[in-house]
Design a protein around this ligand. Structure first.
Ligand code: SF4
Length: 283
């Protein structure tokens, strides 16, 4: 049964957060929300953000509450202006979002990710990577186009298997819907990457065929890409969850990603297939 969600609006003190670690080639991350509605009912069981301090912002399990940073666009506007004045904007790289999904349901009403994009169109950084699993991103297609080559849209799609998607991430958009979004963004002239992260059980040849026209490139990442070499995922009990929901531990064992990488390289060409942390940092 789904837990009731608590939505709160709060004023933040900053928009851009200096980053590093897994996102080593990014200067800043940007999170319009704290908490994630896609986590509702345990929707993304692998979500390691639930084990980070940010997940303690409110009581209650991850996925049952969301805090919106209601003043984020105005804060971002001022911070971009300051970066520009210091001649640092043209080198800046921003990842939106690292600890939530910027286009979760609350965004329909509050348009904080949209407001942030508007600020970026006025003062674009060298590179903006916009990561989401949500078709709602299509709403902002005009602003995305205005960012042109400075933008990479990174659509999360962990599997091509709708049965696996439904079993493991039931509150996420379907495989078909996300692929449709990818194709629409690409047709609009945007650079689209599919973030297969973390890779879930899949049909390598079919996945590669679907990715070939939906994305400019793919990033294949495993549970080792949780920032701790897989420890966080083990602590979250991913093996048990797989056994319970799928009846097997496939995609968790070492080397399970090799067939998909081989199929992707054969279909897309090796230069369009990136791996793990290095892939995410190819900006
Ligand atoms: S969409 Fe991303 S941030 Fe949200 S619960 Fe899933 S993995 Fe976590």
């Amino acid at each position: 049964m789904k837990s009731p969600r608590l939505y709160l609006e709060r004023r933040a003190t900053r928009a851009l957060t200096p980053t590093g670690g897994f996102l080593s080639n990014f200067a800043y991350s940007l999170n319009p929300y704290v908490g994630c509605a896609f986590g509702d009912g345990g929707g993304c069981p692998f979500c390691y953000v639930r084990a980070l301090p940010v997940a303690q912002a409110l009581a209650g399990p991850w996925g049952t509450w969301v805090i919106a940073k209601v003043n984020l666009p105005e804060l971002l506007g001022a911070e971009l202006k300051a970066l520009e004045a210091a001649d640092r904007l043209r080198h800046a790289t921003v990842f939106m979002s690292s600890a939530t999904d910027p286009y979760q349901g609350y965004e329909r009403v509050l348009k904080l990710a949209g407001g942030a994009l508007e600020q970026f169109t006025r003062r674009p950084p060298r590179r903006l990577v916009l990561q989401t699993r949500s078709p709602l991103v299509e709403r902002d297609i005009d602003m995305l186009r205005a960012l042109g080559e400075r933008l990479i849209v990174s659509l999360t799609l962990e599997t091509d298997d709708e049965g696996v998607r439904r079993a493991l991430t039931p509150t996420s958009p379907s495989v078909a819907r996300r692929l449709l979004t990818a194709r629409r963004l690409r047709e609009a002239g945007l650079f689209v990457q599919l973030a297969i992260a973390p890779m879930m059980p899949n049909n390598p040849e079919r996945f590669a065929m679907l990715a070939a026209d939906a994305a400019d490139r793919v990033i294949v990442d495993t549970y080792a890409g949780d920032g701790t070499g897989g420890q966080r995922s083990r602590k979250l009990g991913m093996e048990d969850i797989y056994r319970r929901k799928l009846g097997h531990g496939g995609a968790l064992s070492a080397g399970a990603e090799r067939p998909l990488i081989a199929a992707m390289k054969a279909r897309l060409g090796a230069y369009r297939v990136l791996l793990g942390k290095d892939g995410f940092n190819t900006v």
